[in-house]
Write a protein that binds this ligand. Structure first.
Ligand SMILES: NC(=O)C1=CN([C@@H]2O[C@H](COP(=O)(O)OP(=O)(O)OC[C@H]3O[C@@H](n4cnc5c(N)ncnc54)[C@H](OP(=O)(O)O)[C@@H]3O)[C@@H](O)[C@H]2O)C=CC1
Ligand SMILES: CC(=O)C(=O)O
Ligand SMILES: [Mg+2]
Length: 750
């Protein structure tokens, strides 16, 4: 199918267009009706009449943005009119929702009269928490925005001006660092002196580029002092004394080119003539001023960005407006001011320098992404953008006095932002915060693995753990340098040269001498097998917990731990659980990894240990002992075993909410439970699921993960004397970080 047809089908298939309105309150019963509408609705009306600020409490105003356009500069398609611009405005709505959960009404106005637009938008003020002006051409856009900012008490933001300028400035700051040029020395050309061009020039000047070093061009060529044709007050303010008259003359020797004009405006000849390591942002949409392959063919030393997602370095305002508005709306900002824009610039620029999580790499087809010439600004699908930009903007709004409702607890605010991105993030945030309250020493026997190093950087940045790496010092240091990590921030231990080596060997020999180990073998294992050395560290109290397994088979990781540390007294075995994070909730599955055919006694042990894990994560456990039978409905040794286990648990922990044996649907269906099993302690609200054997547990968690899309965090090993945790081969950096948090929180319990 052609790209054109594809795009048309995308818009027309199913419900037409890209947006619909969804209600947030039930309207199923006559009671609902009387609350949603008359008579109940009168109450919030009267409350708002008395106290207008309550509109943020009782209506959707606070999360609603108007995307307003008259269609005079739609992308680079030009003046195609308000109606034809509607797909773009609906598209902005999609992006606002997808990236920052901001709701949008798109408003297309069939007028070119700036005052008519101003009056109309002003009249819309009661409806919205913010106004995003879009694709209104220069110079009218400047007057419209200025006037609206003056007369409105909610944020008014022309995205083509400032959104573009913010992204381009963030990318430019990073590109300048990469090419080692000082902002106060560089010469720049901005091609296009409309909405985007004027705003880009103003912002980079405010960030430190000298005004006399910024040459603006438009369809008539260079905007120089004294030019009369095609001028306006905004161009005039930026006109410079220069002898250059054409774009070709202006870009000669320039360090930076910003294109916000039209397809093909920059030629290869022009690129050739630029200064060393030229920075070229060809931002015209949908087709750039020059494509990256064209530019790089003549100047391999260039850093090139475009507005498109199919080339590296997408310099597009999508990376800004959803997150900026999120921050502004969340503090009920009166405006979006310079301070908030600059905060967004720095938040974006800083984020691009940080290590990129695997989830983001995966979203981008597994491509290698790290700070450098092909990655100078974050990617829009990077969930961290929301968490960095919105709080930075909210903070700037508060500091500059335009926040009507300041955020009191920034950490809590970040947690709320994370919860916008799904329950799993929220739970992990709780876990991570718990880890941060008392970060423990985590030893990583696979300290030379790149994924471990990348995870360690995040653990350090977030203060989740105090990592200790095992491996050859020089090798690890070199790998850290490749990853732009600071080697001195992590302790590295090379077992053969460790001063603790002899002591560990002696102790290990003492532990295992009656289990068939010779002193020579003890020496070899502790010196050569870092899983043994790491386990000894935990045993001797030199580390609090161990995390390993990314490059080892499961038994090779777990055996040293069992031999050195062993299980807790009184337990028959160690057991394994998974935390399953669904869209709705977080539940525990056990045993999913260790015990193949647990006895009733072992099942009871598994349930008690898993319930304790849940409690430790502030989740009140409700344990379902699963079977194919409900409370004696089938008499079979397998179901009788589960029934026996249930009785044992009740005996050992009478306060624990637990019941069984029961089928999985009964464990999850309150109505069914109430109707058929009103005596059960678990009323269809189970969150800890104990499986009768490993087959069912292991199969279920994998199906839920693959078919149901639930995130599986684990295996969480339970019942060791000291906490040891096992990574899975193939775990990515985020999994390692999650497991490290699990390990730290676990270690806090010991
Ligand atoms: N990547 C991104 O995030 C964004 C990209 N853009 C892109 O920037 C471009 C301009 O948008 P916007 O500023 O809103 O539009 P405007 O209509 O406000 O401004 C367009 C400007 O470009 C100039 N121009 C047009 N064609 C040429 C050319 N061939 N050579 C030199 N100058 C030219 C016009 O000159 P004159 O004044 O003489 O008419 C005018 O100054 C569009 O392609 C748009 O897609 C815009 C916003 C965001
Ligand atoms: C991206 C955008 O806003 C534009 O091209 O107009
Ligand atoms: Mg636009």
């Amino acid at each position: 199918m052609s790209k054109r047809q594809d795009a048309l089908d995308y818009h027309s298939q199913g419900r037409k267009g890209k947006i619909e309105v969804i209600t947030t309150k039930p309207c199923a019963t006559s009671r609902d009706l009387s609350l949603a509408y008359s008579p109940g609705v009168a109450e919030p009306c009267l409350a708002i009449e008395k106290e207008p600020g309550l509109a943020y409490e009782y209506t959707a105003k606070g999360n609603l943005v108007a995307v307003v356009s008259n269609g005079t500069a739609v992308l680079g398609l030009g003046d195609i009119g308000a109606l034809a611009g509607k797909p773009v405005m609906e598209g902005k709505g999609v992006l606002f929702k997808r990236f920052a959960d901001v709701d949008v009404f798109d408003i297309e106005l069939a007028t070119k009269d700036p005052d008519e637009i101003i009056r109309t938008v002003k009249l819309l003020e009661p409806t919205f928490g913010g106004i995003n002006l879009e694709d209104i051409k220069g110079p009218e856009c400047f007057y419209i925005e200025e006037q609206l900012k003056e007369i409105m008490d909610i944020p008014v933001f022309h995205d083509d001006q400032h959104g573009t300028a913010i992204i381009a400035a963030a990318g430019m700051l990073n590109a300048l660092e990469l090419v080692d040029k000082k902002i106060e020395d560089v010469k720049m050309v901005v091609n296009g002196a409309g909405a985007a061009g004027i705003a880009c020039a103003n912002l980079v000047i405010s960030l430190g580029i000298k005004q006399e070093n910024v040459i603006l061009c438009d369809t008539k060529g260079v905007i120089y002092k004294g030019r009369t044709e095609g001028m306006n007050a905004y161009k005039e303010r930026l006109a410079n004394e220069t002898s250059a008259r054409s774009l070709g003359e202006a870009v000669k020797g320039a360090d930076i080119f910003f294109g916000v004009s039209a397809k093909g405006a920059l030629t290869q000849e022009m690129v050739k003539s630029m200064g060393r390591d030229p920075i070229i942002f060809a931002m015209a949409n949908p087709d750039p001023e020059i494509t990256p392959p064209e530019a790089l063919a003549v100047r391999p030393d260039a850093i090139v960005g475009t507005g498109r997602s199919d080339y590296p370095n997408q310099v597009n305002n999508v990376l800004c407006f959803p997150f900026l508005f999120r921050g502004a709306l969340d503090v009920h900002a009166r405006a979006i001011n310079e301070e908030m824009k600059v905060a967004a610039v720095h938040a974006l620029a800083n984020l691009a320098r940080q290590d990129v999580p695997d989830s983001v790499r995966k979203a981008y087809g597994g491509e290698e992404i790290s700070f450098g010439r092909n990655y100078i600004i974050p990617k829009p699908f990077d969930p961290r953008v929301l968490l960095h930009v919105a709080p930075a903007v909210a903070r700037a709004a508060m500091d500059s006095g335009v926040a009507r409702r300041p955020v009191e607890d920034m950490d809590r605010y970040r947690e709320q932002l994370e919860s916008l991105q799904g329950r799993s993030k929220e739970v992990m945030r709780i876990l991570i915060n718990k880890a941060r309250t008392n970060p423990k020493r985590v030893v990583f026997p696979e300290g030379d693995q790149e994924k471990i190093l990348r995870a360690v950087q995040i653990l350090l940045d977030e203060g989740i753990a105090r990592p200790v790496l095992l491996g050859e010092k020089e090798l690890i240091r070199a790998k850290m340098a490749d990853l732009h990590m600071e080697p001195d921030q992590v302790e590295i231990i090379d077992p053969p040269t460790s001063p603790d080596l002899e002591g560990y060997i002696d102790e290990f020999f003492r532990l295992r001498q009656r289990k068939g180990i010779t002193l020579a073998e003890a020496k070899r294992l502790i010196m050569k097998n870092r899983n043994y050395f790491g386990a000894m560290m935990v045993h001797m109290g030199d580390a609090d917990t161990l995390l390993s397994g990314i490059d080892h088979h499961y038994p090779d990781t777990i055996r040293p731990a069992l031999e050195v540390i062993g299980r807790q007294d009184g337990l028959s075995k160690v057991h394994g659980a998974y935390m399953m994070v669904t869209k709705k909730d977080v539940v525990f599955f056990a045993d999913t990894t260790v015990n193949i055919e647990p006895s009733a006694e072992e099942l009871a042990e598994i349930a008690l240990l898993t319930a304790r894990k849940a409690q430790h994560l502030d989740i009140e456990p409700r344990v379902a002992m699963l079977s194919f039978s409900n409370f004696g409905s089938t008499q079979h040794p397998l179901s009788i075993k589960v029934k026996k286990a249930t009785a044992l648990i009740k005996e050992r922990d009478p306060a624990l909410v637990v019941d069984g044996e029961m089928q999985a649907n009964v464990a999850l269906d309150p109505e069914l439970s109430a109707k058929q099993f009103p005596f059960s302690a678990v009323q269809g609200n189970a969150n800890v699921f104990i499986f009768p054997d490993l087959q069912s547990g292991n199969i279920c968690y994998k199906l839920l993960n693959k078919l149901g899309g639930a995130e599986a965090i684990g295996p969480i090993l339970m019942g060791m004397k000291k906490p040891i945790h096992v990574l899975q081969r193939g775990d990515d950096v985020a999994d390692i970080v999650n497991m490290a948090a699990v390990a730290v929180v676990d270690a806090q319990e010991y």
